[in-house]
Design a protein around this ligand. Structure first.
Ligand SMILES: NC(=O)c1ccc[n+]([C@@H]2O[C@H](COP(=O)([O-])OP(=O)(O)OC[C@H]3O[C@@H](n4cnc5c(N)ncnc54)[C@H](OP(=O)(O)O)[C@@H]3O)[C@@H](O)[C@H]2O)c1
Length: 332
């Protein structure tokens, strides 16, 4: 198994470390380890068809800020310059156009490579087209890490709940908003809670994608398309973020033994992201950066999962499960 990693930030480096730390596991299960034959960041790349040293890649990036010595301008040419089986696409999310990530994914699928991605933008914009392209070229397109990091919601619905009629999924799909709302539960105003989230590295310098609900909405689109077999995009989701939530609203909720949480919801008729009142003690009333989701299906009834929605190793865990799934399929 030869992989090319596009994007070498938090997730790309986490995945690389996990590939190194699971070498024995891969050898035992498949009789081979995973070779990283190419990596690119925003401006440099490094390739070696014999395999690159994963830990050296991470240390070079840390020391120099760049993964390779060679600069590039055409990412697709770099992808074509080395033979690989699976593209791990972990470059930044662009909700509006899909960005370079979308181009990389299309190119990999067109050249009959499997793709694993944590990049929400391409899937929120072109889900149907990407799935069709993967099917046409008999490739895998796996994306567990695009929704709720380590919380295995997509594979749970696809694998364990296969055959069930899934009626709805409601959940907290953005840890940054949940952190801010949890701080507001304790009396902090929105601006102060947001500033704290930025200082702790949970929120971006430009936090609009999170607090205005677009990040959660992308995840709602991915769930609707992948679990409910719908064909929707971001413009089909009714989106309300958390910027309008006042301290008064939070106190009023508290006086009724409730909390306010940003809930993404996919139902047969529903596609929505909005702040909702959740009773204290309810499985979705989680605090801090946690994500949580309640899946309702005809046989199992409600199933609730919660877990870390972001982070270096947490997101790498989702990529690892996708890698194993791709390798298991190749083994058969
Ligand atoms: N972090 C999380 O916990 C998490 C969780 C779930 C999903 N995700 C998604 O996973 C993806 C990666 O997230 P991240 O946190 O690792 O981001 P990040 O830390 O900002 O790293 C992004 C990496 O992509 C590189 N890059 C930028 N433009 C590129 C391009 N055109 N082609 C190739 N590489 C490019 C950057 O290069 P430089 O190093 O040169 O700047 C950097 O190495 C994003 O789509 C994000 O939404 C992240």
């Amino acid at each position: 198994m030869k992989v090319f990693i596009a994007g070498f930030g938090t997730v790309g480096q986490g995945v690389t470390e996990v590939i190194a730390s699971r070498e024995e596991f891969f050898n035992k299960r498949y009789g081979q380890s995973i070779k990283i034959v190419g990596v690119m960041d925003s401006s440099t790349y490094v390739t070696d068809s014999g395999g690159l040293d994963p830990l050296k890649l991470v240390s070079v990036k840390k020391e120099t800020g760049k993964v390779g010595k060679e600069k590039y301008t055409d990412a697709l040419k770099i992808l074509d310059s080395v033979d690989y089986d699976t593209l791990i696409e972990v470059s930044p999310t662009d909700y509006k156009t899909g960005g370079q990530g979308l181009k990389n994914i299309i190119h990999a699928l067109e050249t009959k490579k499997d793709v694993i991605t944590t990049n929400k933008g391409p899937l929120a914009i072109k889900f149907g087209e990407l799935i069709a392209l993967a099917k046409k070229n008999k490739c895998k397109l796996k994306f567990e890490g695009t929704v709720a990091g380590a919380m295995p919601i997509i594979n749970l619905c696809h694998d364990n709940l296969i055959g069930e009629n899934i009626q709805s999924i409601r959940g907290i799909l953005n840890g940054t908003c949940n952190y801010i709302l949890s701080k507001m539960d304790n009396g902090q105003p929105f601006d102060q809670a947001l500033k704290e989230a930025q200082q702790l590295g949970y929120a971006e310098t430009d936090p609009s994608g999170d607090v205005e609900g677009y990040d959660s909405a992308c995840k709602v689109v991915i769930l609707a398309n992948s679990v409910f077999d719908r064909n929707v995009t971001l413009s089909d989701v009714s989106i309300t973020g958390i910027t309008g939530i006042t301290e008064e609203a939070v106190s009023l909720a508290k006086s009724r033994d409730m909390v306010i949480r940003l809930i993404g919801e996919v139902g047969e008729e529903k596609l929505e992201v909005a702040p909702r009142l959740v009773p204290k003690g309810h499985p979705l009333a989680v605090s801090g950066t946690l994500n949580a989701a309640q899946i309702r299906s005809d046989l199992a009834g409600p199933i609730t999962i919660s877990g870390r929605g972001a982070g270096r190793m947490e997101t790498a865990s989702a990529v690892l499960s996708d890698l194993i799934s791709v390798m298991d399929d190749r083994k058969e």
